[in-house]
Write a protein that binds this ligand. Structure first.
Ligand SMILES: Nc1ncnc2c1ncn2[C@@H]1O[C@H](COP(=O)(O)OP(=O)(O)O)[C@@H](O)[C@H]1O
Ligand SMILES: [Mg+2]
Length: 416
């Protein structure tokens, strides 16, 4: 079997690492991949958003399956395009990916089908939005409708801040067309938990929970990032909360999509906030989270290709997911300066010394047979342990073996 994976970060490395456990797969290609992925797969320099380039490549090489991992190509219709060419593809079609690509659409679904979420209003007119904001209590949350590289959500402590946010998004269009509409939302409080689920359009199978750390520095200080580390499972996601979430949020979502005539095949990421009034849904993503995949996939005992096949074929109802009871902690090692400006091409040493963890490459490249940095988030080091604190100790012991100039990582992953 020959497979193409689209994407080139830590998530894609984790997917390929997991797929490699299946002996039926002879060959994996990855577009564009990275330095670490190049050790497991043939990397091809086609960007994940080059829909025509990827379709041509897939046609030319006769892949048995194409796995589309990042959000942009899903929303741009890569899966639709591949399917139209008769190529088997994993991931939601563009209309289904709208649950992530449009926050307005996601909130419409949640409200219409009684899925617990923050109260909100939607606006496409700046003046009306500003009048509304002036009548609201603060804090409140302003969200650009479309994909905005994880920067389109602004928590506003005061009315002035909310007006400034509306101006940036709707008038200055800092996120382009993604800001033609905004969601203005009630501010919720509580711990955040991520739950991923495989969905074949009818059956939805939740995976084990995870928690991430978005801020750059220890103690949740500093600017927001793509994610500085994760752990799984979340002790806050108790059996009782799990049951309630599965009933009121996860299953209701599939019913909602079906009632709207949308067949979602792929992975749904539920971004939850555990409030004092119960679990509420902040957002959907239409794919594996990064770095959530790096702690959930190492705990999955099933063969990943078999799960992907069941999703595509609509046979998840015959499937049971099995999990490693151990906990996983992933510590992200980032370039100095990230998420601001950072250098590239810095030599990385010590990866070969890592023994008790898996090193997932995110932003690395190979240069003269050595790994160098090639992005903000460089590596994710995942260790398993009997409990969270054991996994933490193991992950950090391995992190210390890897060095590069300017390296920056949090020392409190898994503590919150
Ligand atoms: N209603 C809300 N109340 C409090 N915090 C929120 C709310 N909505 C979002 N947030 C915070 O903003 C973050 C980003 O929002 P989210 O809806 O997940 O969008 P995205 O991941 O696309 O930026 C969340 O992880 C959460 O910390
Ligand atoms: Mg989010």
């Amino acid at each position: 079997m020959k497979i193409l994976v689209v994407g080139g970060g830590g998530r894609e490395h984790a997917i390929i690492w997991k797929l490699k456990q299946n002996k039926r797969i002879d060959e994996i290609h990855c577009a564009p991949g990275n330095g670490g992925i190049a050790q497991l797969a043939t990397c091809v320099p086609i960007q994940a958003t080059d829909i025509d380039g990827l379709t041509d490549y897939a046609k030319k090489h006769h892949f048995d399956l194409v796995i589309v991992a990042p959000d942009d190509p899903l929303y741009m219709g890569l899966v639709d395009k591949l399917q139209a060419e008769g190529i088997r593809a994993f991931g939601p079609t563009a209309d289904a990916a709208c649950i992530e690509g449009s926050k307005v659409y996601a909130k419409y679904l949640m409200q219409k089908y009684g899925i617990p979420t923050a109260a909100c209003e939607v606006f496409d007119d700046y003046d009306k939005a500003a009048i509304y904001v002036n009548s609201c209590k603060t804090p409140l949350v302003v969200k650009a409708d479309g994909l905005a590289l994880g920067k389109g959500v602004i928590i506003c402590q005061t009315t002035d801040e909310a007006i400034d946010a509306l101006k940036e998004i709707m008038v200055d269009k800092v996120f382009g067309e993604a800001g033609s509409r905004v969601v203005i939302e009630e501010f919720l409080e509580g711990p955040e938990v991520s739950v991923l689920a495989f969905c074949d359009g009818k059956t939805i199978l939740p995976m084990e929970s995870a928690q991430d750390h978005k801020r750059a520095f220890d103690g949740d200080k500093g600017p927001n990032t793509g994610g500085m580390g994760t752990f799984s499972p979340s002790p806050k996601y108790t059996d009782e909360i799990r049951k309630e979430t599965e009933e009121t949020i996860i299953r209701r979502t599939v019913e909602a999509l079906n009632a709207e005539g949308v067949c979602f095949k792929g992975i749904i990421f539920f971004g939850l906030m555990l409030t004092k009034d119960g679990p509420k849904l902040l957002e959907y993503n239409a794919r594996f989270g990064d770095p959530e995949a790096q702690v959930v996939l190492p705990r999955l005992k099933n063969d990943l290709l078999e799960v992907f096949d069941a999703v595509i074929d609509g046979t998840l109802d015959e499937f049971t997911l099995e999990w490693d009871e151990r906990s996983a902690v992933c510590v992200v090692m980032a370039s100095g300066g990230y998420p601001g400006k950072y250098p590239k091409g810095v030599r990385i040493s010590g990866i070969d010394n890592v023994r008790n963890a898996v090193v997932y490459h995110a932003g690395t490249a190979l240069k003269d047979d050595a790994f160098v940095t090639n992005g903000g988030r460089v590596l994710g080091i995942t260790a398993l342990g009997v409990d969270l604190s054991d996994a933490r100790v193991k992950a950090y012991a391995e992190v210390k073996k890897v060095q590069f100039d300017g390296v920056q990582y949090r020392t409190d992953i898994g503590i919150k």
